[in-house]
Design a binder for this molecule. Structure first.
Ligand SMILES: C[S@@+](CC[C@H](N)C(=O)[O-])C[C@H]1O[C@@H](n2cnc3c(N)ncnc32)[C@H](O)[C@@H]1O
Length: 263
């Protein structure tokens, strides 16, 4: 099992903050689902925890429109700067940004209709974050957690063909470990889980570029030498499995946990 010091992850996010949105693929489907789920609410006071450079924050603002007032929270100052520029560029004025940790949120008890987090929960102390969410949500409020499960990670192109990727990435939750943690927090109840599948197409060399740019923080778990060796192995595996590496197709999968605070 590989471990990363919190400082190393923080400095990784600081380094890639300005490029983060370009390095990752952003999917609108979960936000369309969220907008549908929240359609009955006339006003949505919400927080996006671990908002990063704001790619999902912007989509939330677009899909929920004027009924949304959003607090964007991240522990990384560079990410928050990138977020601020991005939201200003898009004329978004219904949000504020706070530098804070998911496990200790400077927000009042029972004030939010919704807490969101996208692709970040495996960086948090999950129990601490769930307890904080239960504290700041109003009765009946929503906690919406979008993440890649460990099972999904094993099945994607990196898990299948990139040497050691699955074995090294132990931070992601399995379905069972996630559900068990939610059940441990008083007043939180799992309402449903939505599964998303995305068809991707890329060239092998674009994939290699992404790995070198460490688009997933999993790649930080490799030393420079290990990473180069693994890229060699990845190229070989991909050529063995795909006839045409200039048009590689695969599926990415994610899960959205819809959790409610009991009335
Ligand atoms: C993988 S990025 C995802 C960013 C964004 N949600 C997205 O999908 O583009 C994870 C983000 O969580 C932040 N983060 C990590 N640990 C955190 C914590 N304990 N509290 C608050 N933010 C944290 C990082 O700084 C980073 O911006």
């Amino acid at each position: 099992m590989s471990k990363l010091a919190p400082k190393a992850i923080h400095s990784h996010f600081s380094k890639i903050a300005n490029r983060y949105r370009q390095l990752r693929t952003t999917d609108a489907e979960p936000i369309a689902f969220v907008a549908k789920e929240l359609r009955e609410l006339l006003h949505v006071e919400a927080a996006d925890i671990g908002c990063g450079a704001g790619r999902y924050t912007l989509l939330l603002c677009k899909y929920l429109g004027n009924k949304l007032r959003l607090i964007c929270v991240d522990a990384n100052g560079n990410m928050l700067k990138a977020l601020d520029t991005y939201l200003k560029e898009h004329g978004i004025s219904n949000s504020v940004a706070i530098n804070a940790r998911a496990e200790s949120l400077p927000l009042q008890i029972g004030t939010l209709d919704c807490v969101f987090t996208f692709n970040a929960v495996h960086h948090f102390n999950l129990l601490g974050f769930l307890q904080e969410s239960a504290r700041i949500l109003r009765d009946g409020g929503y906690l919406l957690i979008y993440t890649r499960l460990q099972e999904q990670n094993h099945r994607n192109i990196w898990g299948r063909y990139f040497p050691e990727f699955s074995r090294k990435e132990t931070r992601l939750y399995t379905y069972n470990s996630f559900v068990k943690r939610v059940a441990r927090v008083p007043r939180l109840r799992l309402q449903s889980i939505e599964y998303f599948e995305y068809e991707r197409v890329s060239t092998l060399e674009q994939l290699v570029e992404r790995a070198r740019a460490q688009h997933y923080s999993t790649f930080l778990l490799y030393s420079a030498e290990e990473l180069e060796r693994a890229i060699g192995g990845f190229r070989q595996n991909m050529r063995r499995h795909y006839k045409d590496v200039s048009r590689v197709r695969w599926l990415d999968e994610n899960a959205l946990f819809v959790i409610r605070k009991e009335e």
